[in-house]
Design a protein around this ligand. Structure first.
Ligand code: RP5
Length: 167
């Protein structure tokens, strides 16, 4: 795992393969923008199952507060992590070459009752990072203020684009 940002990592961004990084890097970028410390690494549910289970089981004890897990195809990583931790898990369906990411989406979203994964859109890693920040922000007023400012910037940008259309 590679730690990024200042302080102990609060978010664990993990993925099934380094080939997921072009999609998953958006989660890291938004946490950088918001000043949230995180760690990032590859933890494959199928190729390194014991390490994956240990990672999930030890995450809370290591100080992590939210997991963001991305995988493609038979995307079992987010659900398996959720089965061995009580931390919130945000799942990112990574689109692969075939099936347009529908396989990844359905693998992640159709969890059995009792084992929740908060699934974002196909390729929606930026929203996954934002959701992780919102979860942390529920008990961190300073982070919530940064999230408020982020939302205000969205409104400003959308308003400016609308104005540009009219001019
Ligand atoms: C999944 O298999 C990974 O999450 C990745 O999306 C997909 C393909 O992995 P590679 O064959 O590119 O390593 O487990």
């Amino acid at each position: 795992m590679t730690a990024r940002g200042s302080g102990e990592p609060l978010v664990g961004i993990v993925m099934g393969s380094d080939s997921d990084w072009p999609v998953m890097s958006a989660a890291a970028s938004v946490l950088d923008e918001l000043g949230v410390a995180y760690e990032v690494g590859v933890v494959s549910a199928h190729r390194m199952p014991q390490a994956m289970l240990s990672y999930g089981a030890e995450a809370a004890g290591r100080g992590l507060r939210v997991l963001v897990a991305g995988a493609g195809g038979a995307a079992h990583l987010p659900g398996m992590l959720a089965s061995v931790t009580s931390l919130p898990v945000v799942g990112v369906p990574v689109p692969l070459k075939y099936l347009d990411g529908m396989d990844s989406l359905l693998s992640i979203v159709q969890m059995p009752a009792g084992v929740p994964v908060a699934t974002v859109s196909v390729g929606g890693a930026r929203n996954a990072g934002l959701l992780a920040a919102r979860i942390l922000g529920a008990s961190d007023a300073s982070l919530r203020e940064r999230l408020d400012a982020f939302r205000a910037s969205l409104e400003e940008a959308a308003t400016a684009k609308g104005a540009a259309l009219r001019s």
